[in-house]
Design a protein around this ligand. Structure first.
Ligand SMILES: [Zn+2]
Length: 348
């Protein structure tokens, strides 16, 4: 069945059957309706959209009929959701009945994910407990490597099969090895591995206006043939300009991470004062903000994911999302995000 006549005929049949049904919702399980829905894929491409819309409209019509029938039958008294809210006859200053919104960090993660998605990246999630292999070894931090000390995080009492405790990941790079393996087939098809991981990370930090024990990072991974550092810098610049909605200058300084070689610390021109305010709170009058760590993926990290470093190269970056958002809105204290203070949250 695949014409508009069929739809009209099925509609007549179903409407007349509806009246006699004991359980009205059964109409939505009718084989005729299922057949119409299944028929969408057999319609000529030029007519498929119109046909699909007509079938969906019929399905919607039936759903609404069932719903209105349920409302009529309902014995519960209706609730006036617009009735004024008060406590002992007085209105509180913050009404709990006001509309809810998503958390500012959730909103910003959606924004930045969208920018990378349009640049061809897939979005992956991290995890809240991981093993030390993914957190360290797969990233070229062998056991006993002194750089492990820079990633002081929380550990479980339980041990893995190697006798090591599990960790609350201190960086979203804990997903790199899994991403490289998951999208390995892209390389064989001549495509790139391109993924970001915006998610929570954990550090055993003393809390202050700039440090939280739980915060957000976005990891980026890009691997293909002939990838070089210029592409890394152009990608980050493009992303940050879109995110802040203005032209920005960037600069890189050499740095050290075990999982990238060479490694860079990436700074951008202050999106607030553009270097014109010696008392700027965002850059401290420097005109530059050190924002993230990045570099070319170390050959050992590629090898750990069965990628030949002589054939493929790639870059990776890790950026603190809280920091990114604080700079965007001039938020002075990172602890506001987890404070559950409504007067802060309602500004977004
Ligand atoms: Zn500034």
């Amino acid at each position: 069945m695949s014409s508009s006549d069929d739809i009209a005929r099925v509609r007549e049949t179903l409407l007349s059957r509806y009246e006699g049904l004991e359980t009205k919702a059964d109409i939505l399980k009718s084989p005729e309706l299922k057949e119409l829905l299944a028929g969408i894929r057999d319609v000529e491409p030029s007519e498929r959209s119109a046909y699909g819309q007509a079938v969906n409209a019929l399905q919607q019509e039936l759903k609404e009929k069932v719903l209105s029938n349920m409302h009529e039958k309902s014995a519960l008294p209706s609730i006036d959701v617009t009735a004024p809210f008060d406590i002992n006859g007085e209105k509180p200053s913050l009404l709990p009945s006001e509309n809810g919104t998503t958390h500012p960090l959730t909103q910003e993660i959606a924004t930045l994910s969208d920018i990378f998605y349009r640049m061809g990246y897939v979005v992956e999630e991290s995890r809240e407990i991981d093993d030390q292999y993914h957190m360290f070894e797969a990233l070229n931090f062998p056991k006993g490597h002194p750089a492990r000390d820079d990633y002081d995080t929380f550990m479980t009492v339980e041990k893995d099969s190697e006798g090591e405790p599990f960790v609350a990941p201190a960086h979203t790079s804990t997903m790199q090895n899994r991403i490289l393996k998951k999208y390995h087939a892209n390389l064989e098809k001549g495509e790139a591995i391109a993924a970001i991981v915006p998610d929570r990370v954990f550090r055993n930090e003393d809390l202050d206006a700039r440090h939280e024990h739980t915060f957000y990072q976005v990891e980026g991974v890009y691997v293909a043939k002939g990838v070089h550092a210029g592409m890394l810098i152009a990608t980050l610049q493009q992303f940050l300009q879109e995110y802040y909605g203005k032209e920005l200058e960037v600069r890189v300084n050499p740095f050290y991470f075990p999982f990238t070689e060479p490694s860079f610390e990436f700074a951008l021109s202050c999106p607030f004062c553009e270097g014109n305010d010696s008392s700027c709170k965002v850059c401290g009058g420097e005109g530059w903000v050190e924002l993230l760590g990045c570099g070319m993926i170390h050959p050992n990290v590629l090898k750990a994911a069965d990628i030949d470093p002589n054939e493929y190269t790639g870059f990776a970056f890790g950026c603190g999302i809280d920091r990114l958002v604080m700079m965007k809105y001039q938020i002075e204290d990172v602890r506001h995000f987890e404070s559950a203070k409504l007067d802060f949250l309602r500004q977004f």
